[in-house]
Design a protein around this ligand. Sequence first.
Ligand code: ADP
Ligand code: ZN
Ligand code: ZN
Length: 744
Amino acid sequence: MYADVIIDITHEKLDKIFQYRVPKELEGTLETGMEVVVPFGKGDHERHGYIVGFSDTCDCEESRIKDVKGPAEGSVAIESRLVQLASWMKEHYGGTMIQALRTVLPVKRQEREKEQRNLQLLLPREAAEKQRDTYLRKSQKARARLLSALLETADGVLPWEQVSREQKVPLSVARALEAQGVAELVSSQVYRNPVGEKEKEETPIVLTGEQEAALRTFREDYRQGKRGTYLLWGVTGSGKTEVYMAMIQEAVARGRQAIVLIPEIALTYQTVRRFQNRFGNRVSIMNSRLSAGERYDQMMRAKRGELDVMIGPRSALFTPFPALGLIVIDEEHETAYKSGQVPRYHARETAEHRAALEGASLVLGSATPSLEAFSRCREGQYRLLALQNRIDGRTLPRVETVDMRRELKEGNRSIFSRSLREQMEESLAKGEQVMLFLNRRGYAGFLSCRSCGYVVKCPHCDVSLSLHRDGKMRCHYCGYETAKPKQCPSCGSPHIGGFRAGTQQIEELVRREFPEAGVLRMDMDTTRNKGGHEKILAAFARGEAQILVGTQMIVKGHDFPGVTLVGILAADMSLYADDYRAAERTFQLLTQAAGRAGRGRKEGRVVIQTYTPDHYSIRAAAAQDYLAFYREEMEYRELMGYPPAAHLLAVLAASRDEALLEKGMYYLKQIALRIAKKNGLQVIGPATPAVGKVRDTYRKVLYLKQEDYACLTEAKNRMEEYIELNRGYQDIWIQFDFDPVTGL
Ligand code: ADP
Ligand code: ZN
Ligand code: ZN
């Protein structure tokens, strides 16, 4: 018998399978996914590697094959289905097998088990009482105290550490009881529990008709053994989480487990509480803020089937459950679901694949679904479940769009439009709360006209050009460049420039203009410390301030019933990120921000300030009309060949040697062009990304576009082979990014 082993070194050249003989004494003890020690290389140095399979025959001369030395001590084995998933990820996203294996194994080392000692009574009650009297007679007071304490319990068991402290008895007393066969110290493993013990609190909730209908569709499929992917498209506040929980209950009732992905660790606490109320102590979390011991214990609880639900960010997708039945991805449109490290996987597609491997279903939820998810519903690949109303018949907020060009023309140069200022005064006078959202996402030095709203764009790619320090405007997709205009090319106005107001300036302005209101600010600076996030949100929830100023952090999933007004400043900012997803991100942000208003009894109002009120993403967000947005955006993607209409592969490269980098990219482009001849692959660039040089390292990016994903993986494979064979690439860092979701 032979084992196929992947050596644990990140190096392109070693990314292949090496065969080792399984010696007689190890037969039956090795399994796929296990970490083993093997001799490797010239000096037969000991190396670690993972077993990815077994075979009965060997591919080379028997005499050259070496023996597996044994399992690596203290290692954690990868479930064989996760090994399969890793190999799919390697093929689908690029990188080495070892990088893929490390990704699906979030906990690599065994941790010491935490133990608890219990003192357990061995004698029947009557006999024990007699024994206690004996101790008292003999004046053995400590023994008598300990035995009395045991007799006071219902089941004759006490945690040792606690009783020893409370009764002031040393270990020698317990040992004496043991020696006389009266009681016994029993050690058992206790799990480190990052979420605390919490019993179920079954407050029966009656699902609304819409929620019930969504659940019914899922349940009928599930009971018939049909598995698939569902998109739960529900407006903000429509009760998606209740539906997820009912679906999970369905899977749990059939002995299966569920993974719930959330976009941000900051949302963990509130989500966990809701799930614990429903599923009690069979819920846990997995994320990078846990200690190594806590992570190890949560993984073991999951592996042993002692949990039903695991909640966490992207990486929790790899929780090793014995019978995974359902994966839920909440806010599936969030960019946090795409990994920034090799393999640059997307949790949505990877979850779909894992679900298929394990016979599980996948449920995606969002108020503003990604174009990927929604278009797959249209094609019949996913099933659409819709929730169109807020719970309790609460209405969606009233939205007003203010044209800031007009404000300027009429003499108002302030950050606040007249309408927003008036409505703020009104809300504050009534003692209500206001959120001011400064849209700074994707800010990348675009140039716009404050008089007419014109933005300088690339004539070939339809994304905005970025201003570089040398005064040139550049396209980060194709490399097009032009000089910075001094006047607006559209209306001739000299008011052309970048938008520079930050949250801090807005906070100061608000303090000056509304001195009575009390202001809190939430951005990167104020949330840097651990728990900073929660502290600000809690203070605002308690009403310590009437105004909260913040970046996109304030728009996600928080429920403040006191907020009746949301002001969105510079709604267009995210529109000009030099990124083909800019309009989608803008629509999502505006819709989510608007959704923060009026979550309580009173009606909410939203003011969107913009220089481009006619842009479809802003119009659709103001009308809260997802379908209108989807249609326009999909047309644009189809016209330009951007995902999901086609697939896009970014080949990212960096080197300290600029000439070498250019040469390296030139040859990769030739490989792509050769493939392009066969099947119409489109090759764009290489271009300089937004940041062209970081700490003396130059960066370039090459784009490949094709409708057929397999064609892009073929191009990736050819390039990987070429890179492996040519020494020149040793000093170039290269990564592949399929269907990138963030600007570069
Ligand atoms: P979403 O995730 O769609 O924004 P949530 O699931 O957070 O919505 O639900 C919003 C609020 O409505 C929560 O406070 C939730 O407890 C409540 N809720 C959800 N469904 C129901 C229901 N069927 N009956 C009463 N309250 C509900
Ligand atoms: Zn202009
Ligand atoms: Zn371009």
